[in-house]
Design a protein around this ligand. Structure first.
Ligand code: IMO
Ligand code: MG
Length: 420
């Protein structure tokens, strides 16, 4: 069977958690393949809300197991806290979560290094989530990292001390004032907690499952934050695009099935970096308030702007998206006019290419649509959608060349229309 994939096509926070939660009922297993607790995936069901960070968004679906893959970076302290919250929902995490031995460990000193790097970067800072993601992936690639499987080794404590000593030297070099021992006790206790889980050989585990079961891979962050294809250097440190599924889980591309690309009907971004359609006026503020655009992880207000089809077509291409999923269109219900960016003007020249250097002065060219001015929440059948709204979707489908097959009209699981 195949592994279907859910990917964010913008700068993160597209609503991946909701869609994975909706789709997870159809898959026996959900897997995270990259990123770590920098993700904040919000789920709303049966009047309850929850934000998952390291744990896949299939956790609340009966019968489905949840895999934390080899490409993930894993913070035992954050994971233990998250498990505690899940237990309050009557779920025993050890029964449902399987963790790859090859996922890399985020140490407390990785988090300190993240903060130290940002402080040292001054105005050029990335605006990271401060979860130690970049420093942990840096250690992985420079071959200094510690992995989940290492916690079972008799010399784990010495290896941990050696890596910590390396980090302390780096913190000194950055003149960063902090207490590197502060969270050590918590960390070592959390590592013991992780030992109570099934620690798996992810590659065999996933490929064995695929012999007779379909899987859902849950992307974190968005494709424009991909370390290779995103708006570098203002990106995260992992492969958020479709290739990350293969490297992060250990499956061949022939095993990949549907590729769901999720986008919001407008754009948001947290942290620094280019954002061609960003709005600095009251329309931007209106989007932020209506869409509750404040970070699920950091609480930071998100930057808001109109939908950018140049960027969206680029990421849909990079990801080979087969099905588009549009989120939060209900947030535009009250707008008289809705804009979408159809090309960029760079140095006076118009282009539909997402440029190499996104720091260049980009002037978005917009197409305007008449608003539908109707409350879309509660609509269950695509036949009942207003014409202005279906015209808007048709334009997006034609521009990207991929059908919009799922439309979300509110945060709850039930507020979802699937086109027949
Ligand atoms: P989900 O999965 C939105 C952004 C940060 C920063 C940059 C690098 O909820 O969509 P990092 O801590 O990863 O080194 O930060 O990436 N970022 C996200 N933005 N949603 C996310 O995750 C993000 N994860 C990281 O704000 O600009
Ligand atoms: Mg988020």
């Amino acid at each position: 069977m195949k592994i279907d994939v859910v990917l964010g096509l913008q700068w993160g926070d597209e609503g991946k958690g909701k869609i994975v939660d909706v789709l997870a009922g159809r898959y026996p297993a959900v897997a995270r393949f990259q990123g770590g607790p920098n993700a904040g995936h919000s789920l709303h069901f049966e009047g309850k809300s929850f934000v998952v960070r390291s744990i896949p968004s299939g956790i609340f679906r009966k019968g489905s197991i949840n895999i934390i893959g080899s490409g993930v970076v894993f913070d035992p302290i954050a994971f233990r806290k998250e498990c505690g919250q899940i237990e309050d929902f009557g779920i025993k995490p050890q029964d449902k979560i399987f963790i790859s031995k090859k996922a890399h460990l985020i140490l407390p000193t990785h988090r300190l290094l993240d903060a130290a790097n940002e402080a040292a970067a001054g105005k050029g800072k990335i605006g990271t989530t401060n979860k130690g993601i970049g420093p942990c992936y840096t250690d992985k690639v420079s071959r200094h990292g510690l992995r989940i499987g290492d916690i079972l080794a008799p010399d784990f404590k010495e290896r941990f001390e050696a890596l910590k000593a390396r980090h302390i030297q780096m913190l000194k070099d950055l003149s960063y004032d902090c207490d590197p021992d502060k969270e050590e006790k918590d960390f070592l206790e959390a590592v013991d907690f992780v030992k109570s889980f099934n620690l798996i050989d992810c590659e065999y585990f996933v490929n064995d499952l695929l012999k007779d079961k379909a899987l859902l891979a849950e992307g974190a962050q968005g494709s424009l934050l991909d370390v290779d294809h995103g708006s570098y250097p203002f990106v995260t440190s992992s492969s958020t695009t479709v290739g990350g599924v293969c490297t992060g889980l250990g499956v061949g591309p022939s095993k990949v099935g549907k590729i769901y690309g999720i986008f919001k009907a407008y754009c948001t971004r947290v942290g620094s970096g280019p954002f061609p359609t960003e709005l600095f006026d009251e329309t931007g503020e209106r989007l932020r308030q209506i869409g509750h655009e404040f970070g699920a992880v950091t609480g930071r207000p998100r930057r808001c702007g109109w939908l950018d089809l140049v960027a969206l077509r680029y990421t849909a291409m990079v990801d080979g998206v087969t099905d588009l999923i549009m989120m939060k269109s209900d947030c535009l219900d009250d707008f008289d006019t809705i804009k979408v960016c159809t090309s960029y003007k760079i140095g006076g020249k118009e282009s539909q290419v997402f440029p190499f250097d996104t720091r260049e002065e980009i002037v978005p060219v917009y197409k305007e649509f008449k608003g539908w001015k109707r409350d879309l929440t509660g609509i269950k059948d695509e036949k009942d959608l207003p014409k202005e709204f279906t015209d808007y979707i048709k334009f997006i489908e034609d521009y990207i060349g991929v059908p919009v097959n799922i439309i979300s009209l509110g945060p709850d699981r039930e507020a979802t229309i699937e086109k027949k």
